[in-house]
Design a protein around this ligand. Structure first.
Ligand SMILES: [Zn+2]
Ligand SMILES: [Zn+2]
Length: 366
């Protein structure tokens, strides 16, 4: 076959998906497909995809056949329907339905809409392949905008589904892997996205002079234990949780990219940990340092533990601050008590870290 850009893109996208064990977790029962239509395509035969779709084979995504032009495909119909509204939206992928995945999409700033298959008119249902074009129109009407994500919650005999649309199959595959990683992390830590509550509003390394976070402690008990327990009142940006140790973003950072590593167990002193626990904890500290170096590229890093209130600890659950430092700092991000770094900035940092999460899992990826 001649060199066709769309085939190359789908091939590259599929190989990105095939390397991600996380993506396997979000493949639906009906399997996934990744498609990309030719420019100005009008019919299914002008859309490239994986004819046999992408399945979950022993925990890894597996393309059942090579990319090719499709004969029938919901995702091809979806891309064609989107192109009627925005010709650049030539690519689509479907993943399993889970409200948590929708929350993650929202956090990533994707526009979400939906349609309800139970309201599908009889006349639409009778037409072969009529559901998707109808659903796309419904979803666009619903938010009066062109969504990045369209989902439906199923109907009699139909699995609920989330579809993501975009301009390029490679970008879409990367996005799907990013969503899958977040999904795995959030599912493991059982954290639900809810209104923000400060974790350590003034966690300042090696300084105890600032207003104590404890003065305005918003919930009972330990904030870090609440995260571990999956308290729905607590919103945290969890980057990693292996059941023994966690890596969180500090929502009130001392500097951009400030992370915290902590044992899941509520220790209050470094000397309570066994040799084995210290080893596991500091391996994660090392990886977190690598993650920060890769993503933030700081000139230096502070690694700090504050033991006791007098030493500046605002949460007594043992945690290690990993703070990127720069030769020329424009001043600390918090200059007054309880000044909060704008949330958008945290979200941007969060997605940058998420893209590089392999660094925290490097043993698995070898
Ligand atoms: Zn602290
Ligand atoms: Zn605790």
């Amino acid at each position: 076959m001649d060199h066709i850009e769309e085939i190359e893109k789908v091939k590259e996208g599929a190989s990105i998906l095939e390397k991600s064990s996380e993506f396997a977790i979000i493949i639906p029962e009906v399997h996934s497909n990744l498609v990309m239509a030719l420019e100005n395509a009008e019919k299914i035969e002008e859309v490239v995809g994986i004819p046999g779709r992408i399945t979950n084979l022993n925990g890894m995504p597996k393309t059942v056949s090579s990319p090719d032009f499709l004969k029938t495909s919901h995702m091809a119909r979806l891309a064609l329907s989107m192109m009627k509204h925005d010709p650049s939206l030539r690519s689509a992928i479907n993943i399993k339905y889970d409200p948590l995945i929708l929350e993650i999409c929202e956090k990533l700033g994707l526009k979400i809409s939906s349609y309800d298959r139970t309201y599908e008119p009889e006349v639409v249902r009778k037409v072969e392949g009529g559901t998707i074009p109808w659903g796309v129109e419904e979803a666009i009407k619903k938010i009066d905008d062109i969504p990045d994500v369209i989902y439906h919650e199923g109907a009699w005999g139909k699995e609920p589904m989330i579809c993501i649309v975009g301009t390029d199959a490679v970008e879409l595959a990367e996005m799907a892997v990013c969503i899958a990683r977040l999904y795995k992390v959030e599912k493991n830590s059982k954290v639900k996205v809810k209104p923000t509550i400060p974790s350590e509003s003034n966690s300042v390394l090696f300084a105890s002079s600032r207003k104590k976070w404890k003065d305005s402690k918003p919930i009972d008990g330990c904030i870090f234990c609440s995260i571990v327990d999956g308290n729905p009142e607590v919103k945290e940006k969890v980057l990693y949780n292996d059941g023994k140790n966690m890596v969180l973003m500090n929502l009130y950072p001392y500097n951009r990219g400030h992370l915290e590593v902590l044992p899941v167990k509520h220790y209050t002193d470094l000397n309570e940990l066994s040799t084995e626990e210290i080893k596991d904890l500091f391996i994660i500290v090392q990886r977190t340092i690598s993650l920060i170096r890769d993503v933030i590229k700081p000139d230096g890093i502070n690694v700090g533990i504050n033991l006791g209130e007098a030493a500046g600890a605002s949460v007594d659950h043992l945690h290690i601050h990993i703070v990127p430092r720069f030769k020329y700092e424009s001043g600390f991000m918090e200059t007054t008590a309880n000044t909060r770094v704008i949330e958008e900035d945290i979200d941007v940092m969060y997605s940058k870290f998420i893209e590089k999460l392999d660094i925290l899992h490097f043993e698995e990826s070898l």
